[in-house]
Write a protein that binds this ligand. Structure first.
Ligand SMILES: [Zn+2]
Length: 423
């Protein structure tokens, strides 16, 4: 399998199965219900794990939860820890609605503080970090490859986290001294404070996956500074860290990047309630993961129509099967996990009535459907088939309406009535 890597700027081969693949995905900062756009990296990593397992790999997928952060302090002054706990529950509940299962580990920053402090101490000992008035900063100038992931010349990297007491404007915080109003803190060799965001991810990734692992994922907006800083911290300590860097494109709401300031916030929960989890998952399949994806009424309606088409096809009897054809679906995913190409193959199978292949392909994306039809609906469908055979079309129409009232759609075929849920 080959995957596009931001670090390499080309596609990179994974080792052959049955290798063990470690994947780390940057998870949410928990202070509100997550946006539908935040679900994209979650969905992509759950799909990739499912596919790699299907191909015979062992996979460990780790997705962290950032539960101490400025945004959380600001959202709940005096009660940040409680908000973080509540918003962590929301995040788990809302991503559970997708029906894709959970990552293998979901470490929390607040449960990793001793390991983070130890890593910062090591960086200081080795000259890669220094303390100033209770803060600790990474010394960017000491790390020669700084800027490589984001394609910046080290001497032209923009200032981050402005503070006149830093040695160099490019330096970034590893530890932040406690400020008035910040009600979550830990004691450390540098005084009371809390970890910086970037070091959390380096330490949680290495704690769960070891010093070297295959894939690091996250949104394209995390390349700089977050991931640039993760690499700098971990490699400064002599670890290989992640090999392949997969960055997903962002979800745009009617053409613009969805942002709260633009007033275009749709939570994951709202999207699932409105469209159904299957339509949302199918929508995510329509764009290559590395590209932006447009979320709008139109694109969601198109995804819904596609999902209905699959449901209808699967309710009909199987008409054509060519088991060899699985290799085309496989080829699409093995070449950079190209879900739009895989979706095109699924549509060919739908058109041909290759239901076994279609079921198997949809299942990779959490879209297996074999809905059990309630007994009363099945009986009405049998009556409808009999009415059609007796050419009693008025009776057949009435039975179709009754079936629809019970939430089911019908498609007639010779000798039967196929049933599929209306959603
Ligand atoms: Zn991260």
């Amino acid at each position: 399998m080959r995957l596009s890597s931001t670090w390499h700027r080309e596609k990179v081969d994974l080792p052959e199965p049955p290798a063990t693949i470690g994947i780390y995905t940057c998870g949410p900062t928990v202070y509100q219900r997550i946006h539908v756009g935040n679900a994209r990296p979650f969905v992509l990593s759950m799909w990739l794990r499912a596919w790699l397992r299907e191909q015979g790999y062992s996979v460990k997928l780790v997705e962290n939860i950032t539960d101490v952060n400025d945004k959380i302090y600001d959202a709940a002054p005096g009660a940040s820890a409680e908000l973080a706990r509540r918003a962590t529950r929301w995040y788990v509940e809302d991503t559970d609605l997708l029906g894709l299962g959970r990552p293998d580990a979901e470490p929390r920053a607040t449960e990793t503080v001793p390991e983070i402090v130890a890593a910062i101490e090591q960086l200081i000992e080795q000259g890669y970090a220094y303390a100033v008035d209770g803060d600790v900063y990474f010394r960017v100038g000491r790390y020669a490859e700084y800027g490589r992931l984001s394609g910046q010349r080290p001497d032209q990297v923009a200032e981050q986290e402005p503070n006149p007491r830093k040695e160099d404007p490019r330096d970034f915080a590893l530890w932040k001294a406690n400020k008035p109003g910040e009600d979550t803190w830990w004691d450390s060799p540098w005084g009371r404070g809390r970890p910086g965001w970037h070091i959390e991810c380096s330490v949680m990734a290495e704690k769960e996956l070891g010093p070297s692992f295959d894939i690091h994922m996250g949104g394209i907006d995390l390349v700089f500074p977050h991931h640039e800083n993760e690499i700098a911290q971990s490699r400064a300590l002599g670890r290989e860290f992640a090999r392949i860097w997969m960055h997903n494109g962002l979800l745009r709401f009617t053409g613009e990047k969805m942002s709260k300031s633009a007033g275009n916030v749709v939570t994951l929960r709202e999207a699932v309630e409105r469209w159904g989890r299957e339509t949302l998952l199918l929508f995510f399949m329509t764009a290559h993961w590395s590209k932006p994806i447009d979320f709008s009424e139109e694109t969601m309606a198109q995804a819904q129509a596609q999902w209905r088409g699959f449901q209808e096809a699967l309710a009909l009897p199987e008409t054509g099967e060519d088991v060899q054809d699985w290799s085309r679906f496989e080829a699409a995913l093995e070449d950079d996990f190209n879900t739009p190409d895989a979706l095109a193959v699924l549509h060919e199978w739908r058109g041909r009535g290759s239901n076994t292949l279609l079921q198997r392909g949809l299942a990779v994306f959490g879209l297996a459907v074999q809905p059990s039809v309630p007994e009363d609906v099945r009986r009405l469908a049998d009556e409808r088939t009999a009415a059609r055979e007796a050419r009693d079309f008025a009776r057949a129409d009435e039975l179709r309406r009754r079936i629809e009232e019970l939430g089911w759609q019908t498609t007639d075929y010779r000798g039967g009535t196929a049933l599929w849920p209306r959603r």
